[in-house]
Design a protein around this ligand. Structure first.
Ligand code: HEM
Length: 181
């Protein structure tokens, strides 16, 4: 199914806004992650863990789900299709994996924030809590890769894509033959 051009533009604006917003939110989260990795001050650590949880739960998770859903709608509603082109399949796969890892990671971040918010947690325990830098840096690299892939849209069709293309061409030819006869 192909969206009408005006709807497609609006949907694309939403998809790009949400997806690039996701990258921006991860950048903000990473700033706090670096603060946690490099700071020893208990007050700063408590504040940073609380901020990380708020950004992850209330901004990054909704944007990740929004990017996945809007991406699937863009693929379904345009000539690209969901399984016709390798770049779309790779985007779908990587975004799904990134979102799944994020949902699991959000639990870990919540646990960090709960421990940090507890007044009974001592300064040494607070400093030993740890960070999620490996995940946030890895996640950022994956998101930037998807961004570049979606901008370039490299050629390359799946077997399913070729079959659909042949079917459509054959249908167009028989329609033309019918109108001529
Ligand atoms: C981090 C995740 C994602 C990012 C950063 C992202 C980014 C973008 C950007 C910047 C564009 C505009 C490119 C252009 O037309 O010039 C785009 C288009 C598109 N994206 Fe995504 N995307 C993401 C996830 C997905 C997913 C998961 C899918 C599909 C399952 C998808 C499918 C599409 C399709 C089909 C278009 C072309 C729409 C059209 O031509 O009207 N994207 N994406």
């Amino acid at each position: 199914m192909n969206m009408p051009p005006r709807i497609r533009k609006l949907a694309l604006a939403a998809h790009v806004g949400i997806s690039v917003g996701w990258i921006g939110a991860v950048a903000a989260y990473m700033a706090l992650d670096v603060a946690v990795a490099t700071n020893q001050d208990p007050q700063a650590l408590r504040g940073a863990y609380a901020g990380m949880e708020l950004i992850a739960r209330n901004v990054i998770v909704p944007l990740a789900l929004g990017s996945l859903i809007s991406g699937v709608l863009m693929a379904w509603g345009t000539k690209w299709g969901l399984f016709r082109h390798y770049w779309v399949v790779i985007s779908l796969l990587l975004t799904t994996i990134a979102t799944a890892v994020l949902l699991v990671e959000t639990q870990t971040i919540s646990n960090f924030a709960d421990v940090a918010a507890n007044p009974a947690t001592g300064d040494d325990d607070l400093r030993a809590l740890g960070n999620t830098l490996a995940h946030s840096v890895g996640g950022m690299l994956v998101l930037v890769f998807i961004l570049v892939l979606n901008m370039y849209k490299p050629k390359g069709m799946t077997r399913y894509g070729w079959r659909k293309e042949h079917e459509q061409r054959r249908m167009r030819q028989s329609e033309r033959a019918m109108t001529l006869s």
